[in-house]
Write a protein of this length. Structure first.
Length: 296
């Protein structure tokens, strides 16, 4: 019972670049976003309104959002009141808050225990909903934590439920350090879909141990039809040691297209977007589809 259509939420400009030490020129970021839209991306995390002291790469968020074209759902991350206030000064209407199931990870990432983050975020979510924002909640360390190890399914599901009760529109459930395997992906996503059937649910896999495509296949079988992916497989959270890139958009699109699942994304144009960002990033692009495309 696989879906015939899947939505790709491109996270390259956000997750893909946030871990880059050298500042990527704002104009290059803007062009990257435009080329991704040209390749058929319809939903994208474009930047983060986080503290520039914590993540200097995202310090140009206010400039980036001015460049996003109409017709694409542009989502920005915001960790706190200050972030949401900054978003409200822009024309953006989709916000992603983010929290880790693991307390230690949450402290490293947003300097607060998970419970305190939720206490801060619940009234913010309700205000955002009153003002008609689309609200996404990114659930980090949904499977494993780099500090605490295995995370209990029940804890992840309980945090998902808290966000659902707070009124979010979508959950993005993340394997932050790419440790999950397909049996775990199938189990967790089946349970989340069963518990929260009304909610949009996306899967966010990092490909650290090369299990991400297999996890996507497992998540598809659990009823997930929304996936966060990053062009060129860039990405990683600066506060999750060892975390490498997100699963690559091109590899996911290739696999889904060959399975007869429509993504609306043009692989040639996507490859050109990766060409543009390659010189701006510190790591070579080693994803399967891209390397083969550029050899021929
Ligand atoms: P803090 O130091 O506790 O914050 O950091 P604070 O409230 O004490 O503020 C410190 C300074 O930052 C102040 O400035 C604030 O104004 C400023 P000062 O008075 O010193 O000049 N500040 C801000 N400036 C701009 N925008 C803001 C903001 N907030 C405070 N929003 C804080 C707490 C949450 C701010 C910090 O920890 C932070 O920014 N963390 C973000 C970390 C991050 O971006 N991580 C990556 C994204 S999450 C991720 O990648 C995971 C995901 O992909 C899913 C997965 O794979 O798991 C989504
Ligand atoms: Mg991530």
């Amino acid at each position: 019972n696989l879906p015939t259509k899947v939505t790709i939420i491109e996270v390259g400009p956000r997750d893909g670049l946030q871990n880059e030490e050298s500042f990527v020129d704002t104009e290059v970021k803007k062009k990257f976003i435009l080329q991704l839209v040209g390749a058929g991306i319809k939903e994208m995390e474009v930047t983060s309104f986080v503290s520039p002291k914590w993540v200097p790469q995202m310090r140009d968020a206010a400039e980036i959002v001015q460049a996003v074209p109409a017709g694409v759902k542009s989502i920005v991350l915001a960790p706190n009141r200050r972030g949401v206030d900054r978003v409200m000064e822009t024309s953006i209407n989709a916000v992603a808050v983010f929290v880790g199931v693991s307390n230690t990870f949450n402290k490293k990432n947003i300097n607060k225990p998970t419970k305190e983050s939720m206490e801060e975020l619940i009234p913010i979510i309700s205000e955002l909903k009153k003002r008609n924002y689309f609200v996404r909640a990114c659930i980090s360390t949904a499977f494993y934590c780099p500090y605490e190890g295995k995370v209990a399914e029940a804890d992840t599901i309980s945090l998902c439920r808290e966000f659902a009760e707070a009124g979010v529109d979508e959950l993005s459930v993340a394997d932050t350090i790419g440790m999950a395997v397909p049996t775990e992906a199938f189990s967790l996503f089946s349970k989340i879909k069963k518990e929260l059937p009304e909610l949009m649910v996306a899967a966010h896999f990092h490909d650290t141990r090369k299990t991400a495509l297999a996890n996507i296949f497992a998540a598809l079988q659990a009823g997930i039809d929304r996936f966060d992916t990053s062009a060129g497989g860039l990405g990683g959270c600066p506060f999750a040691p060892g975390a490498t890139g997100n699963v690559a958009t091109e590899d996911v699109v290739y696999m889904l297209q060959r399975m007869g699942i429509d993504t609306g994304i043009n692989l040639d144009k996507l490859t050109e977007a990766i060409d543009l960002i390659t010189p701006a990033v510190s790591r070579p692009i080693t994803t399967g589809y891209y390397q083969l495309a550029r050899k021929s």
